[in-house]
Design a protein around this ligand. Sequence first.
Ligand code: BJW
Ligand code: ZN
Length: 245
Amino acid sequence: MESDLRAAGRSVRESRSMCVLTGAGVSAESGVPTFRGPGGMWRNRDPMSLATPEAFAADPKTVWEWYQWRRDLIRKCAPNPGHAAIARIEREKGDFLLVTQNVDGLHRLAGSRKLVEFHGSIWAVRCTGCGREEEIRSDFPLLPPRCPSCGALLRPGVVWFGEQIPPSALEASLAMLGRCDLLLVAGTSSVVQPSASFAFSVAQRGGTVIEVNLEETPVSGAARFSFRGKAGELLPAILGRADPP
Ligand code: BJW
Ligand code: ZN
């Protein structure tokens, strides 16, 4: 394991074009619950039954209560050493892109700038009527909230099942996947498409894939290095430690 960590670190240093894909596991050590596995349930509801346009259409208040609960929780969370290590490596690479599935904004707080929020942001709020979108970080006193301009329902600016990935995020990610020589996949169960296929597309082109996860996932077999452990410990070990603040 130790020598593998060193070999993976060498691949990172030698990489000329690097992509990082992160999922909920990277924020777990910051206290943000993951979607699948223990701790993923909310009021005995499976998050997957809430993250759909159908659930929102049927019961916007319940869906908003879930988002408000998560917004309250995330507001109190801070980036961990895994986020910091990713932000640090970006500054060393000429060609770099972080594609995060996380909506919590913790990568940006840690200093990442070359990033795309593939599944949107929990702080973005969009009107279902006039399409107006803005960042609102404060709590809504009344749920579900309504648009101040047109009175229609507001919705979280995230991507639910069956919805399109934001075109600019998809375009930037696909361009990077077509040219990177290294993909690091961290803290994602790799079951949600289209991000779950990133590792296969890079491996197929002969690129190096490094995976960091507590468990084996569907992409583990495509990875040259697949490490089992916590992102907050393994990412600094592979990418190099961030300077203390
Ligand atoms: C640690 C750790 C620690 C824990 N250290 N590790 C092709 C085939 C089949 C289906 C489809 C397909 N293409 C599209 C689909 C449909 C669908 C899909 O993928 N379905 C599958 C589930 C079957 N995809 C879509 O609908 C996507 N849209 C799309 O493709 O549009 C075009 C299209 C539409 C319809 C048909 C065809 C094409 C949109 C997907 C949107 C996902 N949205 C959510 C909610 C976002 C909003 C919100 O946050 O509320 O995104 S669902 C949820 O899952 C969230 C996450 O970003 C996403 C991924 O989860 P993630 O990050 O992997 O978290 P977990 O919890 O699953 O895993 C955590 C991992 O961390 C675990 O592995 C742990 O072991 C690990 N871990 N602690 C390291 N400390
Ligand atoms: Zn409106």
